[in-house]
Design a protein. Structure first.
Lengths: 172, 172
DNA sequence: GGTTTTATAGTACAGCGGTACGATGATCAG
DNA sequence: CTGATCATCGTACCGCTGTACTATAAAACC
């Protein structure tokens, strides 16, 4: 049912996702949605944890060799196909909503660097990169920016991947 | 009056900015808002052009010496004080809304790299940096990502500035 | 077997928000 | 002076949306 909310948010926007829209998208009754998510705030939170889960799935099954692991991890941040682009758009809508909604702001945000930065910093340290923490921040910020450009259509996928690879070649 | 909309969007979110809220914030009547912005779409577009103007102001008065110009230009992308942070949050809300609103998607977005990348690329070329276009994309993406981290509170201002300076020292 | 819980649906109410219609003073052209 | 346009306001309507109340079948539990 959370998947129906995400589909609805992708098409009509997150703020237009009411009980009726989600119910219609899921093919059930309005009250069934309200049965699982008693209030609208709960509905939005349910959608957010679903989005977080989908994003986390993108970072599963990475290679173990450190250099390849760093490369794959950062590549996974970039939305490459249409599904991941939609996912990131919905997540961006959540991030924007969290600026003014305290309940959403209290929720942890998966695409924030807080989860990835420690592990990336550890890998860079293992690889002997100087100032691993600062470099991890820079690399993640660059990928976040490239992801933003991709979701907004300011950049082609190939250009983003090329920019990331050039930066990685320079760092590693 | 557009300023009232931006103030309102900063506090209560862009989607909660109706005629009544903006009118109350501006201290005028509801119909006066509707007099200048006949429909809600016009109201939102008016706010967007105002935000774009405020963002463009941040890139005025840059130094002329190329190296310092690059540095100042990229520093101007980062929101440093509370006012610019609020501005970028509202702009992020507009960007998220543009994912589903065709009228907003048709409007040019100032914080997109389309305006800054050519001038930055030209400066880098002038400075003899190899692959100036790719480097410009990387630097702008990194600043956009750092700006996103700053607006979301994932990063301290000092850390963002330090990461940018380290990257600039490596590139130039 | 009866009772409680679960999963589903219909309907109704109250509030909010965009929009339309009409009215009033001010300013300006002829 | 008079008509017209501009700037401003109050009110009202209609639709949408969150939420509550109620009902029903199935399943589970004692």
């Amino acid at each position: 049912m959370s998947a129906a909310l995400v589909r609805c948010a992708r098409v009509r926007g997150l703020h237009h996702c009411g009980f009726r829209e989600v119910a219609a998208e899921a093919g059930v009754s309005v009250n069934l949605v309200q049965y699982y998510f008693p209030t609208k705030e709960a509905l939005l939170l349910g959608g957010l944890v679903h989005v977080r889960g989908l994003i986390s799935e993108r970072f599963a099954g990475l290679p173990t060799e450190p250099r390849a692991r760093v490369r794959s991890l950062l590549e996974s941040v970039l939305p490459t196909d249409e599904a991941s682009t939609d996912l990131y758009r919905v997540h961006a809508a959540y991030a924007a909503l969290a600026f003014t909604d305290p309940a959403l702001a209290a929720q942890p945000h998966a695409a924030g660097p807080d989860e990835l930065r420690p592990v990336l910093s550890g890998l860079l340290d293992e690889l002997g990169v100087p100032e691993p923490d600062l470099t991890a921040t820079s690399l993640l910020a660059m990928c976040t920016g490239l992801a933003a450009y991709l979701t907004s259509g300011f950049l082609a996928t190939d250009d983003a991947v090329r920019a990331l690879h050039a930066e990685l070649d320079r760092v590693l």
